[in-house]
Design a protein around this ligand. Sequence first.
Ligand SMILES: [Zn+2]
Length: 209
Amino acid sequence: MARERRSARRPAAKVSRLRKKTAKVPPQQAPGPIEPVVRDGLRGTPLRDAHVQGGMVSLERWEPKLEYRWDTGVAIGRFLEGLREGKILGVRCDRCHRTVTPPRAFCEWCFKPMDAWVELADAGTINTFSICFITWDMQPLEVPQIPAVIEIDGTSPRVGFLHLIGALRAHTVDGIRKEIRVGQRVRAVWKPAAERTGAITDILHFTPA
Ligand SMILES: [Zn+2]
């Protein structure tokens, strides 16, 4: 019984100690004058919130209305416009004899501006692929997503283009691997023209040709 009584008293004792401590905190005082001080050899001006709220410090409130528009740039902008028209565009560097897509303004091998735009086929070859049963934010998927690097016909070897493989019959790893493989020929499946917005998703997916 004695032990129980002691434990029952403990919270009350804590509360009273807390009251004593808070009682020592001085009440809110009017802000003193704003005066520079030197501490540890450093000169500064200590400010309290009351200085700001009391109008003792010059204060300007400004809510800017800022609107941004993201520019796709010359190369990707034209590429996206091409997708809206159902075309996959690439660019060519004559010095390095390379054709690449997605397009870029300059060749990353020789650092010269690209020489020409080329319209490519909407078909290619699977370079590599993954079978994903979870989304990027860890949600399970009944029908797996299959991101793949696709070498578009007409581009230089190992110039990849990342997109999805879709419209497969199988939804299991074994079944999918019977339908697609590295080296598999695929073609783009486009959104209807009226629904295209000039985005990479204007191609719904690639599917075995
Ligand atoms: Zn080049």
